[in-house]
Design a protein. Structure first.
Lengths: 214, 214, 214, 214
DNA sequence: AATGAATGAGAGTTCATTCAT
DNA sequence: AATGAATGAACTCTCATTCAT
């Protein structure tokens, strides 16, 4: 009675199809943007007829809603790790970078959602709450780091969290992410946070401009 | 007293019309995205027939090119001040914030261009060169600031410039810019750079987390 | 008893629709020329929406290709009889005349294709090969006729075939075909070929200018 | 007081412009057919503005009428030579061939007019009367040739004239005129008429199938 | 659960024509 | 006599959506 696979449970099979369609749409958006999202293409990629797509998703908007869900879950699942020990902030930054590097579509889709949220209140709400959760998570990390004495107590955890989220978000944009700027940006962010550990991808930079105590 | 308006110079009048169309398209993109850009709407907004729009811009693509030009000029003109004394980096950051605040459309359009550049090589080239110029300008500021003793000499001006550009860019995104996050982010950036002149919008908060020497 | 009409075989029904559209386009071209061919009209004539027409023929050009096929087949089917006994050249000439008389659209469409071939290499190729085949068929007839002693041996079968094809082709032109000139022309051609079997449509005019021996 | 040239007479200058426009349209039709005739292009080719074209020719149809006139005059002028001695029929055939060879546009335009006449009664009338005149001229030649003993008395001058005109007309069609078929056709026509003079373009063929004297 | 066929609404683009200057 | 600017009408083509099967 596994809920996945083409097995007994009919409603599971249905969910499979839906997932396949959502993933196809997700890829399409990553590649062509909302502008270039064609339901026919999505259906074709899954090997289905347009009409069948509309059986699963009555309207294009509902399919997009599915994509938003999928992207968010994809994002969150990787971004909100389990334990978060003391200085796992560094791990978090790397995780984001790795995620964007390994699944380049995600950046594109997030960017598209970002923009769409300016016009689509429904998406805006989802995005906002996701970012709020993210912000809170990062802020929590910062506070714990301060409590553990790994960061300067006078930092405004709200402001720093906002800045971190902003920098990480900018990395989804093509212009910033291109030409290896990503690594530059991330490295500098680590320096500012005093969590740069040298190797990463690159050279040992034991400077630590911001953490005089170090 | 240039011949703006329906006055003497005929070629100026033509340029006026073109500008009006470009601005209308610019607004449309800001409001509805590239996805929602309709030439008929643009023409109507200026009070012209579509055929007339095509008289000025043979193709939709050429109109978009006009918009790109306009947005870039809008962006650059405010971003590349003339003199740049020693600590004008702060002024620059504020200028960007003010520009995005006072002309909210600009953020939207830049975001759209940003995304489009992932698929449109022509736009990508323009965006890239603009960002490169921006990066160089900021880096130059940083280097001068270091030379004048206003910043720590060991900073990697390339990395810091990249981070600054990334943060400022992220401010064009709706999610980041909403809910007053912009100010948070900017304030923190200033702190990191050691150029913060106070909390909120302007009040003096001489903390200076990053520039211990100062 | 093939599944014509709205009966069993679904793919046959599809082919029916395609045929109906092609025939409608064929009629439109005959009536208004390529210049006046409007997809909307074609669809309307069959009782379909334009979008549906594009379902069957993705582009106007592909619809035209269908028309070319149809016209050619219409032409060939009647022009390349089965057996061709000795003096069937006469039959061939009459068949062409009858075809053009009974299906006046064909002349118009062929004329249009003729002209279009001056600008459209694709059509030019089709027309050329059709005419070549026709030329060869006629030449073959002539040679057999010579071999059987029904025509003078010294005739240049290539030249005569070219002339015959030219005359028959000219009969598709409105000016030539109008005012009963067709019959005049054909009668004279028969005389030159020595196969004339009578005046007007049928009256016996045993002159036979060309076949003195006969 | 020459009526041509850019001199004194204002109405002559006007006529010049008209002629230039007509000739430009004529060339355009030869190249692109009626289908591809664009008034803007015509005006541009003469170096005028569209609006100016409409000053000379209020409507596109009126411009076309001008082209018809021009083509007809071009055709007639060369086709109806002055003297016509006894066997000038041969000269006539050669003249037509040379005309079509030396001014290839004429064939195209005549073909277009030919087809258009199927839909445009006005053009049909002009074409018809031109062809009638041509037919009569050729018939006159034949009759004189018979009277002078250069042709067989029993020929039906009406039928032969019709056939000649048909063959010559077919030579305006691209498919017939291509691939050197023209010469074949013409040569054979000359043989049938008994006026082949051997060399022409090619080999001496003194056969003369049709001249009983042989 | 799946599909082929059909559609309405609308997109960008073209073109002959007009009008004020 | 000439033009730049403007327009209406029409064209081909696209796409999300629907419906009978």
């Amino acid at each position: 009675m596994r809920p996945t696979g083409r097995s007994a449970d009919p409603s599971a099979a249905k969910e499979d199809r839906r997932q396949a369609l959502v993933r196809a749409a997700y890829n399409q958006i990553a590649e062509n943007g909302f502008e270039g999202l064609r339901t026919r293409e999505v259906a074709a990629e899954v090997g289905l007829n347009i009409a069948t797509l509309h059986y699963y998703f009555p309207t294009k908007e509902s399919l997009i809603a599915g994509v938003v869900d999928y992207a968010m879950q994809r994002f969150r699942s990787t971004l909100a790790p389990h334990g978060f020990p003391a200085d796992q902030l560094a791990i978090h930054l790397r995780a984001v970078r790795d995620l964007l590097r390994d699944e380049p579509q995600l950046g594109g889709v997030m960017g598209e959602l970002e923009l769409r949220s300016a016009r689509d209140p429904q998406i805006a709400a989802i995005m906002q709450s996701t970012y709020d959760a993210w912000h809170r998570a990062v802020r929590g990390l910062l506070q714990r780091a301060v409590r553990h004495g790994h960061m300067r107590p006078e930092l405004d955890s709200d402001d720093v969290a906002a800045a971190i989220v902003a920098v990480l978000t900018s990395m989804t944009l093509p212009t910033v992410s291109s030409a290896g700027r990503t690594d530059r940006v991330l490295r500098q962010l680590e320096r500012w946070l005093g969590i740069d550990s040298g190797p990463g991808q690159d050279q040992p930079t034991p400077t630590g401009q911001n953490m005089p105590g170090k």
